[in-house]
Ligand binder design. Sequence first.
Ligand code: NI
Length: 172
Amino acid sequence: MAIKTIITEPNKILRQVSISVEKVGKEEQRLMDDMLDTMYAANGIGLAAIQIGVPKRIIVMDISKDENKKEPRYFVNPIIKNKDKIKSTYEEGCLSVPNQFAEIDRPKNCDIEYLDYNGHKKFLKAEGLLATCIQHEMDHLEGILFIDYLSKLKKSMIIKKLSKMKSTRIVV
Ligand code: NI
C-alpha cells in the first residue's frame, strides 16, 4: 500500500471522464488500497481514482469518522439507479480543492448499483452524508467538481486562489 499525490484544481486531469472497469482484479485492488491509504493520510472521507491520476471508475469512502473503527467502502463502476426529489444541503470540501468549502444541494437519498472490492455486484440505499458523499465522488468520475455548482464569480475566485497557492508553493 502506498500514499499517492492528490491532484488539485486547476488541473485538466481532474476534468477527464473516467473509464469503466472491465474486471476487478489484483491491479484494481492494489489501486483501491493505495486510494484508501491516500484518503486516510489526507483526512478525507472519500476519494475517486482520478484524484490520484487514474481515470478508472473507482471510488473509496469512509464516513465513520472513527480512527479506531474504520469502515472502508469501495465502489467500482457505480451507477445511480434512483434519486430523491428532496434535496439536502451539506458544506462540502474536496481533497482536490484544498481549504475551500461551500454549501451544495444534492438529492437527499439515492440508490447505487456497483461492484465491491471483490468484484461482486451490490446495491446500496444511501441517505444523508453517505448519499451526498457518493454523489460528490461520482461527479469526479465525470470530471465535475463541487465548485462547478457555484456561481461563475465564486468559482473563478476559488480557482484564482488555488492557482496563487500553487505558484507560491515551495517544496524544499
Ligand atoms: Ni472531491
